[in-house]
Design a protein around this ligand. Structure first.
Ligand code: AFP
Length: 322
């Protein structure tokens, strides 16, 4: 079984990018340990604080963010970072080549119930001669990402990673701390009978999504002519991992529940990295209006609707949006 560094070097990954990825993974190993300790390490439950998006921060959100932030900034490999848990971008080494956007702990409401959580990251090149303190350096469409990945803290700790040459899956061997290649190239089946959506929002969806899901639920007696199953982990990282492993459609569509917040998922550190991983595994990632990777970001905490997964099923869903 091969370890992560030689695999990436064979793919033509530069020494600097490899060092940056290994730096992120060093923080993730520490997060994996803390998540695994659960109540024993006193990290479950909420803080009294909210992040800039008005969400109550879990203790593990704060801890994971601090670990990633410290290790990245100390490494010298990043020009700047953007995090779901930071109000603004944070400047790093002005001479570094890369910038990193991350969600330190996706699905953090799952921490208290011993369910799936993960870290999602996106690596881009900093524009030449740019100011590390200028957050506009992050305003790049997702197709410019040089690498994207997530680390899923589940029964085992799994890394899904792409540097634009397919999506590979690694498993953390906790006996010696290395990520080992356990799936050479993930391939999302084009067809599926499984979908993931928070159905409690159904009455707030737009008509296109209402109609699409109604037709899925109608099963073999409806226009789709087959039965669908539904799964919902409440952590995008877990739902996308299932899609990478066995296909499916995952969506968090626009809704009218809160007129000030029509979308849930964040473009820079959720939708973009997941879209690259999914496309590199042969799937599709769309908002309903546009390919996610073609969106020009307007601000770092921008949110978008997301429809991703098995190609033919995403296309079937998009047909309702035309
Ligand atoms: P956090 O990153 O704040 O933990 O949120 C997780 C998430 O954005 C995404 O991973 C889930 O798909 C989604 O929230 C679930 O949210 P709801 O339970 O509100 O539908």
């Amino acid at each position: 079984m091969r370890r992560l560094p030689p695999v990436l070097i064979e793919d033509g990954c530069s020494r600097e990018l490899l060092s940056l990825i290994r730096t992120i993974l060093a923080a993730c190993k520490e997060i994996s340990f803390r998540v695994g300790q659960g109540a024993l390490s006193g990290v479950l439950g909420s803080t009294l604080d909210e992040n800039i998006q008005g969400e109550t921060q879990k203790k593990l959100d704060v801890l994971s963010n601090q670990l990633l932030k410290d290790i990245l900034l100390e490494s010298g490999y990043v020009k700047a970072i953007a995090s779901e848990e930071e109000d603004y971008t944070v400047a790093g080494n002005p001479d570094a080549e890369y910038i990193v956007a991350f969600d330190p702990l996706d699905g953090s409401s799952n921490t208290d119930i011993n369910s799936l959580v993960g870290t999602i990251f996106s690596i881009m090149r900093a524009p030449k001669d740019s100011d590390p303190a200028d957050e506009r350096i992050f305003m790049q469409p997702g197709h410019q990402q040089v690498a994207a990945g997530y680390v899923l803290y589940g029964p085992c700790t799994t890394l899904a990673l792409t540097i634009g040459k397919g999506t590979r899956i690694f498993t953390l061997d906790k006996t010696h701390g290395s990520f080992m290649l356990t799936q050479e190239f993930a391939k999302i089946p084009e067809d599926t009978k499984e979908f993931a959506i928070n159905a409690s929002n159904q009455r707030h969806w737009q008509p296109a999504m209402q109609n699409y899901v109604n037709d899925l639920l109608a099963g073999d007696t409806g226009p789709r002519g087959k039965n669908f199953n539904m799964r919902w982990i409440a952590a995008m990282v877990g739902d996308v991992h299932r899609v990478l492993c066995r296909g499916g459609l995952f969506t968090y569509p626009a809704d009218t529940k809160d007129p000030n917040k029509p979308f849930k998922l964040r473009l820079l550190y959720e939708a973009n990295p997941m879209a690259l991983l999914v496309e590199q595994a042969g799937g599709m990632a769309h908002t309903g209006d546009a390919r996610i990777l073609d969106i020009d970001p307007q601000e770092i905490h921008q949110r978008v609707s997301v429809i991703l997964g098995s190609k033919n099923e995403v296309e079937a869903c998009l047909a309702y949006h035309k």
